[in-house]
Design a protein around this ligand. Structure first.
Ligand SMILES: CC(C)(COP(=O)(O)OP(=O)(O)OC[C@H]1O[C@@H](n2cnc3c(N)ncnc32)[C@H](O)[C@@H]1OP(=O)(O)O)[C@@H](O)C(=O)NCCC(=O)NCCS
Length: 123
């Protein structure tokens, strides 16, 4: 189902995900291959720079939110990338292609991260 807002933009999908930061930490420790399967080299580089597991948790949550918005996605999550522009705003690439039709929002709490994704198209 699609929802027309004002005749110019159509929302085609939404998704959200909430994740415990500890849970992601445990997965990384138990399954090191998870890192390369789910995150791009740029994301792994940024994770090392920030030295903060919550960064990985937020990216994982954002990817899951995007998969929900897309309804169907059957590839490794590493092909979905969430980077930040100069203002700190997150943006999305899939297979290295910028996807301005997918917008994500991320937020942190002490133990949890939350992410939303909206998939839209210009009519
Ligand atoms: C950007 C801002 C909203 C982040 O809010 P926060 O409560 O500090 O942090 P949250 O955990 O909720 O969100 C952090 C995420 O916000 C997102 N974010 C950062 N800058 C953003 C921007 N310009 N636009 C959209 N999203 C942004 C990022 O995804 C970031 O996580 P990431 O760096 O891992 O990608 C806030 O720092 C800010 O700059 N607010 C502007 C208003 C302001 O300056 N108020 C103070 C004067 S009263």
């Amino acid at each position: 189902m699609c929802y027309t807002l004002n005749g110019d933009i159509m929302i085609k999908g939404i998704g959200c995900d909430i994740l415990s930061i500890d849970r992601v930490k445990n997965i990384i420790v138990a399954t090191p291959a998870f890192l390369k399967r789910c995150f791009s080299e740029r994301e792994i580089g940024e994770y090392h720079k920030r030295n903060d597991i919550s960064y990985l948790a937020s990216r994982f949550a954002a990817k899951e939110a995007i998969v929900k918005a897309l309804s169907k996605y059957e590839h490794d999550l590493k092909f979905i990338e969430i980077l930040n522009d100069d203002d700190g705003k997150p943006y999305v690439l899939i297979n290295n292609k910028a996807m301005p039709q997918i917008q994500v929002s991320i937020s942190y709490e002490t133990d949890y991260v939350v992410a939303y994704a909206v998939l839209s198209s210009i009519l």
